[in-house]
Design a binder for this molecule. Sequence first.
Ligand SMILES: [Zn+2]
Length: 140
Amino acid sequence: MKLLKKLLNKHALLICIALYATILYIIGIGCPIRAFFGVPCPTCGMTRAIIKLFSLDIFGAFECHLLFPLAIIALIILIYAKKPFLGSKKREKYFWTVIIIAFLLYYILRLIFVRNSIFYIDTYNSMLLQLINTIRGVVE
Ligand SMILES: [Zn+2]
């Protein structure tokens, strides 16, 4: 029982991510941020990249999200590395800042240059626009 509790504590983040991805897959909305706002999020394509990685389609995984290896490394460090993992809290902060900046830069570049079946803007079918139209319909 103690071992099970220890394993659950250590892997709670992984279990949450797996549950989250499974629920989104079952519901069929894909990215919840794109479903609501009509705009993709910085991690759009990450789940597909991981799935392609499991089926050994490395190039396909990179096509889905170029930074998936960085996300995997960050997740492993977050779960398994002793704190502070680079010897000091200051270095650890720099590391996470670099990771976040890399994701934001890649996100901005994708917003400007990439349009495909994984990364697209669809505000017309967003829940937010439907909600606004519903409220307008009630008010008018
Ligand atoms: Zn997304």
